[in-house]
Design a protein around this ligand. Structure first.
Ligand SMILES: [Zn+2]
Ligand SMILES: [Zn+2]
Length: 182
């Protein structure tokens, strides 16, 4: 997903595409780590509107990933639904063209501006950044997942174990002791 600046009409343009996550470097690396599997392509819709020297971009990304449930490790299907608004610019207002590129990068991030060079804007980096930020940190296979028993590792969604029963409430233990002594 990229545009040639010269092809962007004054009224802006809208584009939609389906992107293979494997074709985006960082997402491909995530898939290879096997912690995150994309189900099919990502649907991406972008609206690009030129404003003075900048381009306002509104984007929507839809997809689905399979992750390991953070409680029981079973596959967790997680929808990806992203809406974002960014401004692409060759420079930032009050920018010093001679400033080191790291400084310019920091300044632009603070202002929510994505810098680009040349005659084309490539949206793929932004798309994969947005997807990575949207991947849940603590996915669940279902809202009420019971998780694994911390003692024996039994999957409490499918079986029960005796760990809870064996564990005697310390307050009860004290009572028992009293009874014994009496
Ligand atoms: Zn689970
Ligand atoms: Zn157990």
């Amino acid at each position: 997903m990229q545009i040639r600046i010269a092809d962007c009409p004054p009224e802006g343009l809208h584009m939609e595409d389906r992107l293979d996550p494997g074709s985006l470097k960082d997402l491909a690396a995530l898939q290879e780590s096997e912690r995150c599997l994309f189900k099919g392509p990502l649907s991406v819709a972008l609206t690009v509107t030129p404003t003075a020297e900048m381009f306002a971009v509104e984007g929507r990304i839809r997809g689905e990933v399979t992750l390991a449930c953070s409680r029981c490790l079973a596959p967790a299907e997680c929808p990806i639904k992203i809406s974002f608004k960014l401004t692409f610019s060759r420079g930032i207002p009050g920018d010093e063209p001679d400033a080191p590129s790291e400084t310019r990068q920091l300044q632009s991030e603070e202002m929510g501006v994505v810098l680009f060079e040349g005659d084309e804007i490539d949206f793929r980096n932004v798309i994969q950044e947005q997807v990575i930020m949207a991947i849940p940190m603590r996915p669940l296979c279902r809202e009420d997942c019971q998780g694994l028993c911390p003692r024996c590792g039994a999957d409490l969604n499918h079986e029960t174990c005796d760990c809870q029963k064996k564990e005697v409430d310390p307050r009860l233990a004290v009572l028992k002791k009293f009874k014994f002594d009496a």
